[in-house]
Design a protein around this ligand. Structure first.
Ligand code: FAD
Length: 505
């Protein structure tokens, strides 16, 4: 075996599948019996539930990799795999105490909706967009598939994408800048400022001053360019396509295969020890477990330099989640739309656990995700991990904490409680358990200007990391990009050039 990948989250799968595509012998060891990590789907009584993500764009299109900016799509293209999707607009509705706002992918339509609430705010929002979009236009000329995490990226990009690199130059100050600073210089309207904070929070888990500008530039540019879409079959369809691609190119996936330890000899990774005692040997190990899990559970503290170890563990983490997964009766809900965000209380910060609730009803796009006459619902909100224990009061606390999610749902489906035919409440303990994630966190809370996400390299030779606690950060496109950067770093530049092949612009 050339490479062992620990974990089949999107970061692990993209790295593994791409390395298999490059001709490496790869095995993915996934602890859970279902692949996909935060993006896995699971089935109960005919309902297909997403465990996490449901907002996507750029998953389809023609199969020239450079035409879609979504790194998942770029990887699927070179693997020879594809997905069917359903497009929809508005992409969601934001519900505030004072009223609701449809959010359109198309920038012009979105601004028209804003203008109905605050004409001056809509003008300011346009100025905000105009400051960010040049960065998006510069970034979009460089496919993620061309990136790697060492100096060799420079000649590669200069050789193939010089015009786009030149466009990047005037935008460099924005690259590590915060959305907040762009907002401060363009938007005074308090209503629009809260809206921008909300959009940032939905993306990064942090408000505008904590979120880096490229993330929002990319989101605004891309959703207006290609619109949003949902994969037929649910989020699990993305995982299935990546697994098919991995296996098509000779890679292997082992489920229910928990890695207990990364084996290190003389400062070099040499393989892994599985929970069942089996040893797998390879000169390269890639961990898709979070940075906290990798460094505290899979390695011994003495394997890492003490200052590195302490700094890594001191990285702040975004909270975990309460989840409510429901199967509901669909009669009379013909006009239901799929995505909603409910903010309960304007006097409270949007980041206060329970105040902002996300709702996804994907059976409105793909009826096969629920039995006939039913919908499948996933609602979630932030919830701290601390204080949760599986003790006597657990069931009662769970029920109590799910109330805010029911209240949010009743903004969209007033008689929600009478419709429920299947109910599952998940707590931070559930999230941490099924996703094998440290404290069930959404990911690192690395605020703009306060640090950058660590790269794929580690102080241990032969050990690499991918996923949402590495560059570029949290979210499906970002973790897929981390997988690409890691895989490309482990192969010859010539091989990357061959893969990019006729995608040269
Ligand atoms: C509720 C929710 C909603 C979200 N919504 C969106 C959205 O709409 N759009 C979007 O783009 N992003 C969204 N995200 C974010 C996105 O889903 C994640 O950032 C991304 O999926 C994380 O991928 P990852 O590669 O970092 O790994 P993870 O998904 O964390 O996967 C890591 C894998 O490693 C495995 N593992 C860990 N330890 C071991 C071990 N010791 N041995 C073997 N296997 C192990 C785990 O079981 C897991 O399968 C959402 C996330 C959540 C939680």
């Amino acid at each position: 075996m050339d490479i062992i990948v620990i974990g089949s989250g999107i970061g692990g799968l993209t790295a593994a599948a791409l390395l298999a595509r490059y001709g490496k012998r790869v095995i993915v060891c996934e602890s859970h019996t279902i692949a996909g990590g935060a993006a896995h789907s699971f089935r109960r009584r005919g309902f297909e539930f997403d465990s996490g993500p449901s907002f996507y764009c750029g998953l389809t299109g023609d199969n020239r990799s450079a035409s879609s900016l979504n790194p998942v799509k770029q990887v699927l293209d070179v693997l020879g795999e594809s997905l069917a999707t359903v497009s929809y607009d508005p992409l969601g509705h934001y519900h505030f105490p004072e009223g609701s706002l449809p959010v359109y992918s198309n920038a012009e339509r979105y601004r028209q909706e804003l203008a109905k609430i605050t004409p001056q705010g809509a003008k300011e929002f346009q100025q905000f967009e105009q400051r960010l979009l040049p960065l998006y236009h510069a970034m979009k000329g460089i496919p993620s598939l061309a990136l790697r995490a060492d100096w060799q990226v420079i000649p590669l990009l200069v050789g193939r994408y010089l015009p786009s690199l030149l466009k990047m130059l005037p935008n460099l100050p924005l690259v590590q800048g915060s959305v907040g600073s762009v907002m401060d210089s363009t938007v005074q309207d308090p209503w629009v400022r809260r809206l921008i904070d909300l959009e940032c929070f939905l993306l990064s888990g942090l408000k505008a001053h904590g979120t880096i500008a490229p993330e929002v530039a990319f989101m605004l540019g891309e959703r207006s360019r290609v619109g949003v879409e949902y994969p037929v079959g649910g989020s699990g369809a993305i995982i299935k396509a990546l697994v098919r691609g991995l296996e098509r190119w000779g890679g292997k996936l082992r489920l229910g295969c928990h890695v207990e330890e990364i084996l290190v000899e003389s400062g070099k990774a040499v393989g892994v020890k599985l929970q069942n005692g089996e040893m797998l040997k390879a000169p390269i190990v890639i961990s898709n477990a979070s940075m906290w899990d990798t460094y505290t559970k899979l390695l011994a503290p003495e394997d890492l330099p003490p200052s590195f170890y302490q700094a890594a563990l001191a990285t702040p983490a975004v909270e975990s989640f309460m989840h409510l997964h429901l199967g509901i009766k669909a009669d009379g809900l013909e006009d239901l739309t799929g995505h909603h965000v409910v903010v309960h209380n304007n006097q409270q910060d949007i980041t206060v656990p329970g105040n902002t609730c996300m709702i996804s009803i994907p059976s409105v796009w793909d009826g096969n995700l629920a039995p006939p006459g039913h919908h499948v619902v996933h609602t979630y909100t932030l919830e701290p991990y601390a204080g949760w224990e599986r003790n006597q009061g657990y069931e009662e606390k769970k029920r109590e904490k799910a109330e805010t999610l029911y209240r949010a749902l009743s903004r969209v489906i007033p008689d929600i409680r009478e419709r429920v035919v299947l109910e599952m409440i998940g707590t931070p303990l559930t999230h941490a358990h099924y996703l094998r994630r440290y404290h069930g966190t959404y990911g690192p809370a690395i605020a703009a200007g306060k640090g950058t996400f660590p790269g794929t390299h580690t102080p241990i030779k032969g050990l690499y990391r991918v996923g949402d606690s590495t560059m570029p950060g949290i979210g499906v496109p970002a973790v897929a990009a981390s997988g690409i950067m890691c895989a490309n770093t482990l192969v010859d530049v010539r091989q990357i050039g061959e893969l990019l092949g006729n995608t040269k612009k």
